[in-house]
Design a binder for this molecule. Structure first.
Ligand code: F58
Length: 826
């Protein structure tokens, strides 16, 4: 039927059908006529036009999975950082050209429509974006999967900059409606909090426990279809929205306490009100534990409902589902599944524990001790008294086993306990996740080794066979095809179209790496991307940048371990060199920063301020004469990222070795032909192996050297004293030069570096500056640089999230693809 005259308006893919559907949608969905339609109306009409084309695939997929009783992956994650959907959905439906043609015919600017889509920022950074890449790959690989998470009304805050300081503005992504989601008001599960538990004897004379909660509310499902690329499979992302429960409906009205009841309703709805930015202090975290339990409980109840559609009992629940815990945020699932099996479905403890242990697998994303989640036992018991009891029981049985295994090792047993003793007793969520899972994995080879030798060492001693590595990956659809159409065109020309589903095909670029004509086109592609970013920079910051300069970019969350301030010290050093030697022969560079700092993280916010302050002075110093430009792109998010990654010549991946679990920005840059300057940390190690050490600028201490340096008593002030250029750079920062004479402003930063420097910037400074000089020298030779750039893209196929998902399917989930085809299932 495709393209024929009787093609259906609601689902046809030709430009004609798309146009008809779009015009229809403007009328029937937006209730607008052309002359008054806003850009937002155009976006909504386009989104509904596209959604209609997704629904048939989605419904057929659900049907096909159900027919074969498909084993299903449930990806439990508190964050899904999807980014805008329209462009991605056009790509995955394979109708970009039709849409462009249709838009042209109607005189509509498709780019303006894309720009209109709000960012669904339901995540903080890497962890949330990884979950989104994995959904894309699961659907693309035809793997039956459901993403379960939280429908935050306000996602990650919008960042603006005032006088160089980060200002947080409330994100309002839902304010004009969300065309991609479908509320399922009938899919509503009760979720309870507080109260107490009481023992009782059931009708079979068995000991049981009943939870008598104090608060109850409901979770309502909001569903978003997730298209696969090049297949008809369309998976489900199910996000939960909290609403008031029965106590609002009945109790308060009977007692005449109307306002009290309304308060309860507001309190219930607060649970899904806002995403927590990371690194928030302890206070106010109660709501976060509520969020975690809320979405986990809804998800497990939903999974049980789905399972019981085809089964009598929960006995083989783990055969139906494999549930991945995306970090410890959903780890309470271990206790909740036990509660549902034992308390609600009347199972005995042992079979329930077998099922639980065979259902969950846990991914660790961090080694930073301060980021490992623990909850005070008091708080836990107040909100979830039954779950605390269950955790105590799991722990009792577990510690008994350990005592038999390690009879003379009480310290080991204390370290492995699910409860940390101390003035405030705490539940250790990583231990709970590990004990309750059949598999545990880190997110890069080095990280997985460190998980085994540090945070989960004792568990690895006990169960070595449960530990795995799955190195992260990113989707080439969004991060090449959507964000870099010129690169996409070049690659397709020499490697065919297959690379988008099989990224190893990118390797076919290799033979062209030295081809002068091809190189010329590669440079033109890069140049155009730099011009686009330049235009965006000028528009948002007013700063003019030179697309011929080297674009040296660091975009990621702000954290001291990521060392944006090391980058800044290098910039100040270059500035000082120019000041000392105005005729200096130097490659012009544009330093681009972007990223958000947690609202409560003072030092990270001070680093943002310092970047702005340095930028202000350098950018207006006539002596610099265009050799240096420093810009900060505000509000780094998925949408902005798409303009940034393609424009990079040099990608900054400079975390202290051992601190970055994997990194995924490093992959997005390299895929887009940037060279990396980086440490041996996270996935950098594997990226360097893949692209070849000769095409990667390595510097800095190794993990072992970092450990040794700290163990031997690190004295940063000695390095400061002895290293003239470094000392000058630090001194300039607090001299007032960059702060209108204020010598106090950056003291917390410079004092911390000189006296503590927990992330070893001073130890790595010299190597970093020297390696930067090498990068600069290489950049001066365009043939040489372009060859390395092409080789980076060519050799990055391994870092496709398709490869990562294949590994999860084989090593962990034991799940098979279920291909869906519209033509065969209809
Ligand atoms: C990140 N973690 C890691 N956490 O830092 C990064 O190395 C890795 O590539 C990525 O996960 C994916 O594996 C991360 O993004 C968070 O954002 C947490 C969100 C919840 C609060 C605590 C931080």
């Amino acid at each position: 039927m495709h393209g024929s005259t009787d093609e259906r308006t609601r689902t046809g893919m030709s430009p004609e059908a798309l146009k008809r559907a779009f015009v229809d949608s403007m009328f029937f969905n937006q209730a607008r006529y052309w002359r008054v339609a806003t850009t937002h109306d155009l976006f909504m009409a386009a989104a509904y036009t596209v959604r209609d084309r997704m629904l048939e695939r989605w419904i057929r997929t659900a049907e096909a999975y159900r027919d074969v009783r498909a084993r299903t992956v449930c990806y439990l994650s508190a964050e899904f950082l999807l980014g805008p959907q329209l462009g991605n959905n056009l790509i995955n439906l394979g109708i970009v050209d039709s849409a462009r043609q249709g838009a042209r015919d109607l005189g509509i600017d498709l780019e303006a429509i894309f720009a209109e889509e709000p960012e669904p920022g339901l995540g903080n950074g890497g962890l949330g974006r990884l979950a989104a890449c994995y959904l894309d790959s699961l659907a693309t690989l035809s793997v039956p999967a459901i993403g379960y998470g939280i429908r935050y009304e306000h996602g990650i805050f919008d960042q603006s900059i005032d006088d160089g300081w980060q200002v947080e503005d409330c994100d309002l992504w839902l304010s004009h409606g969300n065309p991609w989601e479908i509320p399922r008001y009938h899919l509503r599960y009760p979720v309870q909090f507080g109260g107490h538990t009481e023992p009782y004897t059931d009708e079979h004379g068995r000991f049981r426990v009943r939870w008598v909660p104090r608060i109850d509310l409901y979770g309502i499902a909001y569903d978003t279809p997730i298209l696969g690329f090049g297949v008809d499979n369309t998976n489900l992302l199910r996000l939960w929205h909290a609403t008031a429960g029965r106590s609002f409906d009945l109790q308060a009205f009977h007692q005449g306490d109307y306002y009290g009841a309304v308060h309860a309703k507001v309190a219930a709805e607060n649970i899904t009100k806002v995403l927590y930015p990371n690194d928030e202090p302890e206070v106010g975290k109660e709501l976060r534990l509520k969020q975690q339990y809320f979405f986990v409980s809804c998800s497990l109840q939903d999974m049980i409902r789905l399972h019981l559609q085809d089964a009598e009992t929960l006995e083989d629940f783990h055969e139906k589902f494999s549930a991945q815990l995306n970090d410890t945020h959903p780890a309470i699932a271990v206790a909740e599944l036990m509660r549902l099996c034992v308390d609600e479905h009347g199972m005995d403890w042992e079979p329930a524990w077998d099922i639980t242990r065979q259902t969950f697998a846990y991914t660790n994303h961090t080694l930073l001790p301060e980021a490992l989640e623990t909850w005070p036992v008091d708080l836990f018991g107040r909100l979830l008294p039954r779950h605390l009891e269950i955790i105590y029981e799991i722990n009792r049985r577990f510690l008994d086993e350990l005592r038999i295994r390690f009879p003379f090792d009480p310290e080991r047993i204390e370290r492995m306990s699910l409860i940390a003793e101390g003035p405030v007793r705490r539940v250790r969520m990583a231990n709970l996740a590990t004990v309750g899972s059949f598999a545990v994995n880190g997110v890069a080879a080095m990280h997985s080794e460190l998980v085994k030798s540090t945070v989960l060492r004792d568990f690895h001693d006990l169960w070595p066979e449960r530990f795995h590595n799955v190195t992260n990956g990113v989707t080439p659809r969004r991060f090449i095809q959507l964000s870099n159409p010129d690169l996409c065109g070049l690659v397709t020309e020499v490697a065919g179209t297959g690379w988008a589903r099989d990224a190893d095909n990118l390797r076919r670029l290799e033979p062209h790496a030295r081809d002068a004509a091809f190189q010329e086109r590669w440079r033109a592609m890069k140049r155009a991307a730099k011009e686009r970013l330049g235009a965006r920079i000028q528009q948002t910051t007013g700063v003019l940048v030179d697309p011929l300069s080297m674009f040296d970019i660091q975009v990621k969350r702000f954290h001291e371990y990521k060392r944006q301030h090391l980058n800044l010290l290098h910039i100040v050093t270059l500035y000082e060199r120019i000041k000392q030697n105005p005729g200096l022969d130097m490659t012009p560079r544009t330093f681009v920063f972007g990223g958000k700092a947690a609202p409560g993280y003072f030092m990270a916010k001070l680093i943002i301020k310092a970047i702005h302050s340095v930028a202000e002075v350098i950018n207006r110093d006539p002596q610099v004469n265009g050799l240096l430009r420093v810009v900060f792109v505000p509000n780094f998010n998925v949408k902005n990222a798409e303009v940034i990654y393609p424009a990079a010549d040099l990608s900054e991946q400079i975390s202290t070795a051992g601190k970055e679990a994997s990194g995924t920005g490093n992959m997005k840059f390299s895929m887009n032909g940037a060279l990396t300057i980086g440490t041996l940390d996270g996935a950098n190690v594997e990226i360097r192996d893949a692209v070849g050490p000769e095409n990667f600028f390595l510097f800095g201490l190794t993990v072992e050297e970092v450990e040794r340096t700290l163990a031997e008593g690190y004295r940063p002030w000695e390095i400061y004293r002895e290293h003239t250029e470094l000392r000058t750079a630090i001194d300039l920062l607090h001299s007032g030069l960059f702060s209108h004479g204020d010598t106090d402003l950056f003291r917390p930063l410079t004092d911390s570096l000189i006296h503590h420097d927990p992330y070893l910037l001073l130890a790595d400074y010299q190597a970093y500056v020297e390696t930067q000089a090498q990068a600069e020298a290489r950049f001066r030779n365009p043939m040489d640089w372009t060859r390395m750039s092409i080789l980076n893209t060519a050799r990055m196929g391994h870092f496709s999230s398709d490869r990562a998902i294949r590994e999860y399917c084989e090593k962990i989930w034991r799940v098979q693809p279920v291909p869906v085809s519209l033509t065969t299932t209809r």
